[in-house]
Ligand binder design. Structure first.
Ligand code: SAH
Ligand code: SF4
Length: 423
């Protein structure tokens, strides 16, 4: 472990080991100019900040409602654009508050339309988000942490040395930035009509947007940053703001069993579980949190997940690793387990996306097809996810590393690991 003696390092936490991370909740990132970034705050928090700056209770409540709407429904970043707030009061707000966005380090568009952004926080930490357009939907893949403490062996994010939780502002900020980039804020006055046929006239439409779904499947383990993820998703789901339905949001976990029931009760979004293996031996190896919360315990928690039913199934993600987890026997065991726990489930088969130094290879297309067929034949949906954005390395953690370039020590460590695994 290379120790860096600077203050950025002090604000971060080291990866404490394979399966026992200590999540560090962060509040609002302090700004050098002392202003408060409202991004990610709830209506109630905005109200409290306004009161703390001297507005009386009635004013603060009204202004909070207006600002919340301008922030998240209209996407404005300047108080000057908040036309229903008295002109004289706008400088008061601008002196004390800002409406932030993550800084964009790099933005790429793939030949298949996938877009990827490398973002930077105020304290210089990089994280990623990816937008995947499809025929009937557009899905934004959002990060919950910088890096990840869980060290899944096929996942590039798990090799990153430093980890910190993203704040609610940084999580909501990703959605805001995507809406900015896609040009998807309602224009014009709210009183104008959607059916207006004149193209130049102000339009106010909420449908027909490209960004329709959100998956918490970027960098990090969302259930190790529960409070911030919950706060962020509540803002994203609020009907006066971004207004995304909980049915269009999916939270993916590697299996943090003790937090799963709370996720269902307190957030209520769809659940995806990164299963990836059906035996203790293999899952212990590739998803090390399995040593703490085993497969049976995990599946029991899935069976008890609030809100799961045939209309809202649990997704099991299964990354296809050659000669590791891809046999006919594995597929049959997966079916047996899903039946045993009577899970309303579908399985997403993900072709492994290799990265420099990775210890595994992707299963062959024939193998993946066969694996999928066995599950389908048992009456369980098991589509193969098409890899997207390969030309821009749009897989977990890849853009960040391309931008940073691996350090010599990092490359040596990866080479050693690979050698040990092969030998
Ligand atoms: N930490 C959470 C969410 C982020 S990972 C989780 O593990 O569920 C999102 C998904 O991408 C997971 O299913 C993960 O296993 C998968 N993934 C990670 N690295 C991958 C790779 N190199 N190829 C294919 N899928 C990968
Ligand atoms: Fe973390 Fe998920 Fe990657 Fe595992 S797969 S290291 S839990 S981001």
């Amino acid at each position: 472990m290379v120790l860096r003696d600077n203050c950025t390092y002090m604000r971060l936490m080291q990866i404490p080991g394979h399966i026992d991370p200590v999540p560090v909740p962060r509040a609002i990132t302090p700004r050098e100019d002392g202003r408060i970034d409202l991004m990610g705050l709830s209506r109630e928090q905005i109200r409290a900040e306004l009161e703390a700056q001297g507005l009386d209770a009635r004013q603060a409540k009204l202004r909070a409602k207006q600002i919340f709407h301008w922030l998240y429904h209209r996407g404005v970043t300047s108080f000057d654009d908040m036309t229903d707030i008295a002109k004289a009061q706008r400088p008061f707000l601008a002196e004390r508050f800002v409406i932030g966005r993550p800084q964009v380090v790099e933005a790429q568009v793939s030949s298949d339309g996938t877009r990827k952004w490398l973002l930077r926080s105020d304290d210089g930490q990089d994280y990623e988000m990816v937008f995947i357009p499809d025929a009937d939907r557009g899905t934004l893949c959002v990060s919950s942490q910088v890096g990840c403490t869980l060290n899944c062996r096929f996942c590039h994010t798990g090799t990153m040395r430093l980890v910190r939780n993203l704040t609610p502002g940084e999580i909501v900020g990703q959605v805001m930035l995507a809406r900015d980039a896609l040009g998807e804020w309602p224009k014009g006055s709210m009183a104008s009509v959607a059916e207006d046929e004149d193209d130049d006239a102000p339009q106010y439409t909420t449908d027909g947007r490209m960004l329709t779904n959100i998956v918490m499947m970027g960098m990090g383990e969302p259930l190790y940053n529960f409070d911030n993820v919950r706060a962020a998703l509540k803002v994203v789901m609020d009907g006066d703001g971004l207004s995304l339905s909980k049915r269009r949001i999916t939270l993916s976990t590697s299996g943090v069993v003790p937090m799963m029931a709370r996720a269902g009760e307190e957030i209520g979004v769809n659940l995806a579980v990164s299963l990836h293996a059906v035996t203790k031996e293999i899952r212990d190896e590739i998803v090390p949190i399995n040593r703490k919360y085993g497969i049976e315990e995990l599946l029991a928690a899935c069976a008890a997940y609030p809100g799961a039913n045939n209309a809202r199934r649990i997704t099991f993600e299964y990354v296809m690793l050659k000669d590791k987890n891809d046999s006919d026997e594995d597929a049959r065991e997966l079916v047996r387990l899903i039946r045993k726990y009577k899970l309303p489930a579908k399985v997403n088969l993900i072709p492994f996306n290799p990265w420099p130094g990775a210890l595994y290879e992707c299963s062959t297309p024939e193998r993946i097809r066969r694996f999928s067929d066995i599950i389908f034949e048992a009456g369980i949906s098991a589509p193969v996810r098409t890899p997207r954005g390969r030309d821009i390395a749009a897989a977990c953690g890849q853009l960040k590393t391309q931008a940073q370039k691996l350090s010599r020590a990092e490359l040596d460590r990866l080479a050693e690991e690979k050698q040990a695994a092969l030998g």
